[in-house]
Design a protein around this ligand. Structure first.
Ligand code: UT7
Length: 331
């Protein structure tokens, strides 16, 4: 049965902190090299939040731009969903803090913990609320300040992450509107939850002097095990929505995948038989901003005119959980 309403992305915005850390700066912090980071990941620079900046600050700046872009005011928002694993506090949600920053209230605001797939999960939930008519304009954000939960002595992880926020407004669309969500697929395989984890700070291992000393409040990742699973699960999520909509990969105008590693992005493009010129890549400028990579890449590509209204855009992500998902839209 067709949904009573269509959903579309009516506005986008992004924000990254001013401070930039490049590969040469990292060479002074850990035993690494510009050459290793570039060839293994495709990264060169990443933005790092200041001591005073928290996730809601980055999210707010991105959201203001998204509202402006959608021609809407904060009072038009009727739900806020934030995808993040580095919110302002373990609780309350960053979405509620954001609601207070805008001075609006009395509607649902909540966070999604799906690691780097956070924005795709949040966008899929927003899609349901718009399509069933329960909401008209939902602010959906992917934001991350992983620099504050990074072990700056661990070269396996500290060279990879950057801070940033990508905001989108997901709105009710007219049936005559070419812009719309077509389909989405989200999934998880919890059997490998321990490959990418912040071990301490929750009820399994509350904060203690020892946990801080052992750096257990920082990101732990078994990158090479995740690498293969990332390609496989993003491919599966993309393949599912393409098949379900009787679409060939050739009909895709743009592929935006999670920006975790250039080699992963290229492998997925090849596996899907999508021409490399149709794959959006900005990893060299921002590194892996986790839940923010896709909305940041989407905002950039829309603003610089790469993605045009009506283009068929396939997005896919993968992250802690292990979660994965895809989203297919007409821009
Ligand atoms: O965003 C959430 C999902 N995350 C991902 O999708 C990440 C997926 N994984 C990856 O992107 C890659 O696995 C990494 C970029 C994390 C690592 O690349 P890799 O090619 O898988 O390297 P590796 O972990 O297998 O390590 C290879 C070598 C090791 O040295 P030995 O044992 O061969 O002597 C590491 O110690 O590279 C070494 N190494 C480094 N060398 C210089 C690891 N990190 C560094 C570094 N600089 N920063």
């Amino acid at each position: 049965m067709a949904a009573p309403y269509n959903a579309k992305i009516s506005g986008t915005g992004m924000y990254v902190p001013d401070k930039i850390l490049n590969n040469f700066d990292l060479e002074k912090i850990v035993d690494t090299s510009d050459e290793w980071i570039r060839t293994r990941t495709g990264m060169f620079e990443r933005h790092i939040a200041s001591e005073n900046e928290a996730a809601s600050d980055l999210a707010y700046n991105a959201a203001v731009l998204a509202l402006e872009n959608a021609n809407l005011k904060a009072k038009n928002i009727d739900m806020i969903i934030v995808g993040s694993i580095s919110g302002d506090h373990p609780f309350p949600s960053t979405a509620c803090i954001l609601q207070s920053k805008f001075g609006i209230k009395n509607f649902p605001a909540f966070d999604i913990s799906a690691g780097c797939t956070g924005w795709i999960y949040a966008a899929n939930i927003a899609k349901q609320y718009i399509e069933n008519g329960a909401a008209e304009n939902i602010l959906v954000i992917g934001v991350e300040i992983l620099s504050k939960i990074t072990n700056w002595k661990d070269r396996n992880t500290c060279v990879l992450f950057g801070d940033g926020a990508g905001a989108t407004i997901i709105s009710r669309a007219d049936y005559s509107d070419i812009s719309r969500f077509i389909d989405a697929e989200i999934s998880a395989d919890g059997s490998s939850y321990d490959l990418l984890i912040q071990e301490a700070g929750g009820s399994r291992m509350p904060a203690s002097r020892q946990s801080v000393k052992d750096n257990l409040h920082t990101v732990y990742m078994e990158g090479n095990k995740i690498f293969k699973l990332a390609v496989r699960s993003m491919y599966s999520a993309c393949d599912t929505v393409l098949k379900r909509n009787h679409l060939d990969a050739k009909s895709i105008d743009w592929l935006i995948t999670h920006q975790a590693n250039l080699r992963i992005i290229e492998s997925l493009g090849k596996k899907l038989h999508i021409d490399e010129n149709k794959v959006i890549v900005n990893i060299e400028k921002y590194g892996n901003t986790s839940a923010a990579t896709i909305p940041i890449a989407l905002d950039e590509a829309l603003r610089n005119g790469k993605i045009r209204r009506g283009d068929l855009v396939l997005m896919a992500s993968f992250g802690a959980g292990l979660t994965s998902g895809s989203l297919l839209i007409r821009a």
